[in-house]
Design a protein around this ligand. Structure first.
Ligand SMILES: C[S@@+](CC[C@H](N)C(=O)[O-])C[C@H]1O[C@@H](n2cnc3c(N)ncnc32)[C@H](O)[C@@H]1O
Length: 362
């Protein structure tokens, strides 16, 4: 069965690596395999994943925000008026519709087939027809050709059918995930809070281990702490922030999580932690509007990097999300033992940013 995993721009590769690392493999069946990544600029990275196991396992992935089962595909959709007829025919006659609807039943633990549906249509590239026309072609094909009786509605549909026309390639897929996969039940949100999928990608890059002492020195509402707790066993998680309201939100968001999690109000430039007492650090460095005017970013980052270098054990790892790469580059002289590794380019609220990895020299 072919699935689509939607994630944030720039995270496609990491969503793929997480899926291949974490999805359970059924004996006698092939393991998960990724057959490609497609980009919807400024909206999504889409991972095309073949998986023979229970689709419910896909809903437990954390670097992905949404999961879809592919019901129909077309490869050479014409950009002129013939394209709409091709889309209609591909969706109406697809032999994957039954499997996709079964995946929906399994993922949603529903005994019956859905009866109402709505179509979400997206287009990337130049086409003679509008997005709405793609939606109509798909809706007509569902009502005319899919098994069962279908009623198209505008809201509160049993089933969402997403039609993504990416240049000449069409994916028509049914949505298996609900809002909770994207939101993860976090209650207290601050303006600078990370999307959980971004935090999960950063935690994944720390290479979580069961005896990890994990630190986020500028933790805001605690999204990285919650994602580290969800990633598997740990010895201790420390989170802190200079802002009292952030610490309040962090405590509220981590209260129900199991394990040793300590949240403190502190200045990340003077951490109340022993030298070499931490295995992994992940941090979303404040930038842009999150910084009071007149504050020197290079000095702030330099102070924080020096403290991270001090508390990290040799071979420990720092994963930092940075919007102001130049300021970080200038600040790096404050922490010469932090050796830079690979970068991942991402987009945060439409702004270019990067996830940067540093390992502390032994
Ligand atoms: C980008 S936000 C972190 C958001 C967090 N990752 C989340 O998802 O909620 C940066 C945080 O750094 C905090 N901060 C700024 N200067 C700090 C300092 N010197 N020490 C500790 N925290 C600081 C801010 O209060 C803010 O909450």
């Amino acid at each position: 069965m072919l699935y689509l995993l939607h994630t944030l721009p720039g995270l496609g590769q990491l969503a793929w690596r997480e899926a291949e690392a974490k999805l359970p493999v059924t004996i006698g069946k092939p393991g998960p395999s990724t057959i490609g990544i497609r980009l919807v600029p400024r909206r999504n990275d889409i991972v095309l994943l073949r998986y023979a196991g229970d689709p419910k396992a896909l809903l437990r992935l954390r670097v992905s925000e949404d999961v879809f089962a592919v019901a129909a595909r077309a490869f050479s959709v014409s950009s002129d008026e013939r394209g709409l007829r091709q889309i209609y025919a591909a969706v109406r006659n697809s032999r994957f519709v039954g499997d996709a609807l079964n995946a929906w039943k399994q993922a949603t633990a529903s005994r019956r087939l859905p009866a109402t549906f709505r179509v979400v249509a997206r287009e990337v590239g130049e086409h003679y027809f509008m997005r709405r026309a793609v939606g109509k072609a798909v809706a007509d094909a569902v009502t005319d050709g899919w098994p069962g009786r279908w009623q198209k509605v505008d809201e509160e549909a049993d089933l969402e059918v997403w039609a993504s026309l990416l240049e000449k390639e069409l994916f028509c897929a049914v949505r298996l995930s609900g809002l909770e996969m994207r939101q993860r039940g976090k209650q207290h949100h601050l303006p600078a809070s990370l999307r959980p999928a971004m935090a999960a990608a950063m935690v994944f890059l720390t290479d979580p281990a069961p005896d990890d002492v994990f630190l986020d020195p500028m933790a805001g509402a605690g999204t990285l702490l919650a994602e580290r707790a969800a990633a598997g066993p740990f010895r201790q998680i420390y989170g802190g922030d200079i802002n009292a309201k952030a610490v309040e939100a962090m405590r509220a968001n981590t209260r129900s999580l199991k394990g040793a999690i300590t949240c403190e109000r502190w200045d990340a430039g003077a951490l109340p932690l022993e030298d070499e007492s931490v295995d992994k650090v992940a941090v979303n460095l404040p930038f842009g509007k999150q910084i009071a005017p007149g504050n020197d970013l290079v000095a702030l980052y330099g102070g924080v990097l020096a403290e991270i270098q001090r508390v990290l054990r040799p071979d420990g790892r720092l994963v930092a999300l940075v919007g102001e790469s130049q300021a970080l580059n200038k600040a790096r002289s404050a922490a010469p033992q932090l050796r830079p590794g690979p970068n991942h380019r991402v987009t945060i609220l439409g702004q270019a940013a990067a996830i940067r990895i540093f390992d502390k020299r032994p």
